[in-house]
Design a protein around this ligand. Structure first.
Ligand SMILES: Cc1ncc(COP(=O)(O)O)c(C=O)c1O
Length: 390
């Protein structure tokens, strides 16, 4: 069935995955899939070595310096929860944005509702889809401990000025947490150059790894004393300690990791590095621009965020629109059932962003080309959109 599908839902998870990913997972599962442990038998040590190899690749990929500070997580949501719940203290003020995914918005809203933190949500321009760092600066109070924001909007695809916000946060002694879910693997991230204290990311989007993988890089600017253990349990070593051992990555990484998935993630990162993320970004932008150009000629379509001849200039491979006469869900179903095209209608777990662009509560249709989309697939998509909205 999957071979018939024209997949344009890469912002949710990338598909297909490189064959190297499947091969690495199959091989690891068949040959080395013991529970990792630093002081165990040969297979356990081999599994631990594989984990450390992938930690090293990922750490290098994001400009980090200490592979032990790369914590494996289940997905982007898990990484963000670990970051926020390990770092925040009673009475802290947190700045976030209206562009955030629920994996940032919901934990912060719960902490704010219970009186644990106070929260400011900074607005973005619906026309540009970008946060103004000056608005973040205005929101800073003496109690601001954390700025948590996305690098790329999962609704509009727009890339946020994290370098500027990072410099601001560093100059004011505020921890800077970046959600790299939509950018890692296509847009360069350098945790040191961009003053990122904590970077959370999934492995299954533009890194092209399997679902069930993600990571959190805790930069050397964060001290162990700044953290509380979020998930406490086994660490494959140091069993005598009555509480979570105060060692990276184990302090934040209790439990048996998804070793099979991480073996696949390692192959995925190698694949992404070998294929040059900059080229993938050019490819995705070229597709997004041609979708925007085609939609501009259809009077029944409204595109959100930048929509003109430079619509893709500051975007990853994501574009959102609506077609007059159809709810996003109806349009998504027709694309699926009549054209075998997979897109994502709805609110995309980002209700504040949809409120800002005026599409709450139904949301919009999101089309997200990725590394493997072909010109032939784009032609089918553009033809289908023309038939639907023409
Ligand atoms: C911007 C953003 N943040 C966080 C997440 C959560 O990632 P995951 O689905 O891996 O938990 C997503 C996923 O759609 C996202 O787009």
């Amino acid at each position: 069935m999957a071979t018939d599908v024209i997949y344009f839902d890469n912002a949710a998870t990338s598909w297909p995955k490189p064959p190297e990913v499947t091969a690495a997972m199959t091989k690891f599962l068949a040959e080395d899939a013991a529970n990792p442990g630093r002081a165990g038998h040969r297979m356990a040590v081999a599994a631990e070595k594989m984990l450390d190899g992938v930690r090293k690749s990922l750490t290098e990929f994001i400009g980090g310096t200490d592979l032990h500070r790369l914590v494996f997580t289940m997905n982007g949501t898990d990484a963000l929860n670990i970051a926020m719940k390990s770092l925040l203290r009673q009475g802290d003020h947190v700045i976030t944005t209206m562009l955030e995914h629920n994996s940032v918005s919901r934990p912060l809203q719960s902490m704010s509702d219970s009186g644990f933190i106070t929260l400011t949500r900074v607005a973005f321009s619906p026309a540009t889809g970008v946060i103004d760092p000056a608005d973040i600066e205005k929101a800073i109070t003496p109690k601001t401990r954390l700025i948590a924001m996305t690098h790329g909007s999962n609704v509009l695809g727009t890339i946020q000025p994290i370098g500027q916000v990072g410099a601001l946060a560093r100059s004011r002694g505020i921890i800077f947490l970046v959600d790299g879910a939509q950018t890692i693997g296509v847009v360069p991230i350098d945790v040191n150059k961009q003053n990122i204290d904590v970077l959370a990311f999934p492995g299954h989007k533009s890194l092209l790894g399997p679902t069930g993988t993600g990571g959190l890089y805790v930069n050397t600017t964060i001290k162990m004393e700044d953290l509380v253990a979020f998930r406490e349990g086994g660490t494959g070593g140091d069993s005598s300690s009555p509480t979570q051992p105060r060692l990276f990555p184990y302090f934040l990484e209790g439990g048996t990791p998804n070793t099979v998935g991480i073996a696949g993630l390692g192959a995925a990162v190698n694949y992404v590095r070998a294929h040059d993320p900059a080229k993938t970004l050019v490819h995705e932008r070229s597709m997004v621009q041609r979708i925007a150009d085609a939609l501009r000629r259809l009077p029944k379509v409204k595109v959100y965020g930048p929509a003109g001849p430079d619509a893709a200039a500051n975007r990853v491979g994501t574009i959102c629109f609506n077609i007059e006469g159809y709810t996003p869900q109806e349009a998504g179903s027709i694309l699926d059932e009549s054209f075998s095209i997979a897109v994502r209608p709805g609110l995309h777990c980002s209700p504040y962003a949809h409120r800002t662009i005026g599409t709450f509560p139904d949301g919009a249709i999101r089309v997200s080309p990725g590394h493997f989309n072909t010109e032939a697939q784009l032609a089918v998509l553009l033809d289908a959109l023309g038939q639907l909205a023409g």
